[in-house]
Design a protein around this ligand. Sequence first.
Ligand SMILES: Nc1nc2c(ncn2[C@@H]2O[C@H](COP(=O)(O)OP(=O)(O)OP(=O)(O)O)[C@@H](O)[C@H]2O)c(=O)[nH]1
Ligand SMILES: [Mg+2]
Length: 423
Amino acid sequence: MGRSPFDEEIQEFAALATSAGAEVVAALSAPLRTLNPRYLLGTGKVAEIKALAAAANAELILVDHHLSPGQERNLEKEFERRVVDRSGLILDIFAQRARTFEGKLQVELAQLEHLSTRLVRGWSHLERQKGGIGLRGPGETQLETDRRLLTKRIRQLQERLERHARHRELSRQQRRRQDVPVVSLVGYTNAGKSTLFNRLTDAGTLVADQLFATLDPTLRAVALPAGGRIVLADTVGFVRELPHELIAAFESTLEETRSARLLLHVVDAADPARGERIGQVREVLREIGADGVPLIEVYNKADILATAPRVDRAGNGFPERVWMSAATGDGIDLVLAAIAEHLQRDVVHGTVDLTVAQARVRALLYSNGHVVSERLLNDGGWRMEIEMDRAGYEALRRREGILCVAAARGRPVETNGVVHGLE
Ligand SMILES: Nc1nc2c(ncn2[C@@H]2O[C@H](COP(=O)(O)OP(=O)(O)OP(=O)(O)O)[C@@H](O)[C@H]2O)c(=O)[nH]1
Ligand SMILES: [Mg+2]
């Protein structure tokens, strides 16, 4: 029997459940009944699940789909057990894994936003179930108080996170000024990002065979063998259908990915579903607006496949995919070389002539540390020798309309009539 996408999805969901600390006692598939919005499932399936849960002594029912607050409530009433949907489960895992202060704030915000749509639940079935004499539901007043407290807390968290985001932006600007390129590790959860990060940095970041072992991006400087430094960022693992509350709450950490010079997409090459995983990661990258960042695929865990380390090159000759093993360290040199090659491709080195009226651009080039040398021109302007990353150069060219005449490592970047090539 061939593997169906369903098998892979249910396995992935079971792995998420285990990762959250649950023990899976039974699993079952059910067709969606969009015509039955009350439960999302057919009533026959609901009865079947209820019987199965009783037989297996399950305490919790996890549903690998988005449930509306109403559906969750109706199913809980029917099953007489807690019901958690995919978003709720992922939020729970994130809550357990958050390590830094900022990560904790981000998760709390996402959870409260998730909760705020579900606040009515305590006031209906659960209270009534518990209900004893003189124990009525807290009623409308309590509900409103809670809503107000929740809103207040959400605002508080948002403000704190904004302060953190500003702080992060400052360090980002500083890195940019020092022109240290940031290389960000992205990939499906459990692909081996942290293992690779440790290999590359000897940083001792938490590595665990758990999903979402890393939640907060960790930044470390790494020296490239060929010279130069990069800042390597280990980031949170992606997963299909990331709850939108999470994407919103993680805005500032995801910005790290968006503004990176290069992404290393770490793939678990031994995962039978690696094709789908790659697609899902690309989808998240698109969602967070990072799909324009240059990317190298790192096919990790090659040791399991007994594949020798190697580099696959794209049509333009640049490294597109590196097969390696973060666990054994085989091929780590290829990864470092591929990074260096990519970064060099993206350096623009040449000269630009500025007029007196463009003094502001000159100041900008200086403050960003892009100026190698300059000399005065007869008309009072400057001929500047600059070195900067191509993306930054392109942005500057568009924004300032500078008549940039430059050469990149022997190749003309843009001629515009004249090229002042450097020897
Ligand atoms: N066999 C083998 N196992 C590996 C390799 N790289 C990582 N692993 C294992 O894969 C598991 C996950 O590794 P992590 O580095 O924590 O994965 P991650 O991508 O950081 O995961 P999250 O942070 O949870 O998203 C661990 O058990 C690692 O030991 C490898 O090259 N070969
Ligand atoms: Mg990790």
